[in-house]
Design a protein around this ligand. Structure first.
Ligand SMILES: Cc1cc2nc3c(=O)[nH]c(=O)nc-3n(C[C@H](O)[C@H](O)[C@H](O)COP(=O)(O)OP(=O)(O)OC[C@H]3O[C@@H](n4cnc5c(N)ncnc54)[C@H](O)[C@@H]3O)c2cc1C
Length: 337
């Protein structure tokens, strides 16, 4: 009974999924919840099973295309409020909902620069592990030690642990895409020792009180660039993150709602999808209110009021054009719900 009451308390009703997606696309979810602990996530999933509902769990929606008309029997669960971090055994434990950009800042504040590559990478830590998010040559698997997860087919087993080397990490592939395993957090390897564990807690409290969620990419980038300014004024070493700003802002990543790159590159073919799209003059192609970015052939933007169906149409245009010209169908990286 108490579980049922807690479940009801956590439910948000008739919530626009567009507020939970950097695409700013998605119709009204009948039910949505944002648990801030693993215990609450387990409680939600348990109740979903008892009530015969479906669930879709996600992070901050930076790699998702939500439907225009969501299934009314699905509880959408965002983990973006699940933020925790602590030091133990010279490892840093971080929970699924921590924004990857915050991880970079927390590292820099503590003198670690292993996580600089996650700066301005939209999305949560858990979402980054699921996709083995990467930036140039650095990827999430480089910094992970142990990953904690729930087997969604066996919730009663509770949180389980798996070593990073067993997670089948590859280019944008992981074991978490093969099974219904949901990442609740992970230990990060740290190079060097932590001088001031207490400082981390202070920083985290500061972040938690200031954090707001950015489905708008413009607000997201301004927020983190502002934080970096503060670090610069404190004399911290931030050069690598400044380079990230130059790169991502220069490539106009934050000018329009999008999910970043739509397709995984095909390394067997050997030419990035963006370049192939360029060879076919696909940049700037429009459908409804969606457009293949004029700046990047592997990005599809919402130019204001786009529907999921507009984006799906352009995805098919790129797939069919590349298949016809180069003989393979590019695999979407974006998760189409
Ligand atoms: C402007 C822009 C630039 C980007 N640049 C890059 C880039 O350089 N490199 C890159 O790799 N990606 C990039 N991305 C894509 C995106 O940021 C990453 O894929 C990110 O890891 C997604 O995290 P999320 O929390 O938003 O996941 P969501 O979009 O919320 O979810 C995506 C998928 O992950 C699953 N998922 C989420 N959390 C978990 C979890 N804890 N356990 C298991 N499954 C989970 C969801 O179920 C869903 O299937 C970019 C996106 C944008 C908008």
């Amino acid at each position: 009974m108490i579980s049922h009451q807690r479940f009801e308390h956590m439910l948000k009703k008739q919530t626009a999924l567009s507020q939970y997606s950097t695409y700013e696309i998605g119709g009204e979810a009948r039910y949505l919840a944002e648990p801030n602990t693993t215990e609450d996530l387990i409680l939600l999933l348990d109740q979903v099973e008892k009530k015969g509902m479906n669930s879709f769990i996600f992070g901050s929606g930076s790699n998702i295309l939500f439907p225009d008309q969501p299934d009314p029997d699905t509880l959408f669960i965002s983990m973006r409020d699940h933020m925790e971090a602590k030091f133990h055994d010279n490892k840093l434990y971080v929970s699924a909902g921590m924004p990857m950009s915050s991880l970079a800042l927390i590292g820099a504040m503590n003198g670690f620069h292993d996580f600089d590559f996650t700066f301005l990478l939209p999305g949560t830590f858990g979402g980054g592990i699921f996709m083995n998010a990467k930036y140039f040559s650095r990827q999430m698997s480089d910094v992970l030690d142990t990953v904690y997860y729930l087997d969604l087919d066996h919730i009663s087993r509770g949180v389980q642990a798996i070593q990073a080397e067993d997670c089948e990490f590859g280019y944008k592939t992981t074991i978490f895409q093969k099974h219904r395993w949901f990442v609740t957090g992970a230990d990060l390897k740290l190079e060097g020792t932590v001088n001031d564990p207490q400082l981390l807690n202070t920083i985290l409290d500061q972040f938690k009180s200031q954090l707001y969620h950015h489905s708008s990419l413009g607000a997201f980038s301004s927020y983190y660039i502002g934080h970096l300014e503060q670090l610069r004024s404190q004399g911290r070493k931030i050069t690598a993150m400044e380079d990230v700003i130059t790169d991502r802002v220069g490539k106009k990543h934050f000018d329009y709602p999008s999910c970043g790159s739509v397709f995984k590159n095909n390394y067997d073919y050997g030419v990035p999808i963006g370049k192939l799209a360029d060879q076919l003059n696909l940049r700037g192609t429009e459908y409804g209110r969606a457009m293949i970015s004029p700046n990047h052939g592997n990005m599809i933007q919402n130019r204001g009021g786009a529907k999921a169906s507009d984006v799906v149409h352009l995805i098919q245009v790129v797939q069919e054009s590349i298949d016809k010209a180069f003989g393979f169908v590019p695999e979407p990286e974006v998760v189409i719900v």
